[in-house]
Design a protein. Structure first.
Length: 196
């Protein structure tokens, strides 16, 4: 299966889910974006390393890197290898003494480690096709009814929208750089297409 290289484009605070963030990965040289909802701890671990900040004590991901370096284990790449029910899954490709091993990981942890090990991040093409959002300069005209979210941050009221309307709202959310909303719209659109 073909793998596509990704880069970290940014991170934004989730306004609908307390303590959650949207990690935005982009296809190198293209306008496709992969928004991934992550927790506050993982967002902090990624941001600290991106900003080259040095905490007074090692964070969990730093400890993992120190442990791996001590035993001469190297992470050579991260692969986002599965996307199920709106959740991304990843693998760490590790090398030790010429042998390669794969270790399952949450995508947020895998990205935090990829930054520390300075290794590339990839996703299978099928995942990019299914879950990515294409950035579009054209903004849709007209009023945009706000997507309502429950207290748990889950979308409600989608039954009032046709698939075409959801796709328009997705384009608007991307144009507004509201990746949290765009991610939820993308998941709902994918869910509907699978049940058709």
């Amino acid at each position: 299966m073909r793998k596509i290289k990704l880069e970290i484009v940014g991170m934004s605070y989730s306004q609908s889910q307390s303590g959650a963030y949207a990690l935005i990965l982009g296809v190198s040289g293209e306008n496709r974006r992969l928004p991934i909802i992550i927790g506050g701890f993982e967002a902090q671990a990624i941001a600290i390393e991106l900003e080259k900040m040095k905490p007074t004590r090692p964070l969990t991901h730093d400890l993992f890197m120190n442990f791996a370096n001590h035993f001469k284990i190297k992470i050579t790449k991260v692969i986002i290898n599965k996307f199920e029910e709106g959740i991304f899954f990843s693998q760490l490709v590790c090398e030790q003494d010429g042998e390669t091993s794969m270790i399952d990981s949450r995508t947020s942890d895998a990205v935090a480690l990829a930054i520390r090990f300075k290794c590339p991040i990839y996703a299978f093409e099928s995942i990019i096709e299914e879950a990515s959002i294409v950035m579009d300069d054209d903004q849709m005209e007209g009023e945009d009814k706000e997507i309502k979210l429950s207290e748990e941050g889950e979308p409600v009221g989608f039954e009032d929208y046709l698939l075409e309307e959801l796709e328009e709202k997705l384009k608007n959310a991307v144009a507004d750089e509201n990746y949290e909303k765009a991610s939820r719209l993308r998941d709902e659109i994918n869910r509907r297409k699978k049940t058709e």
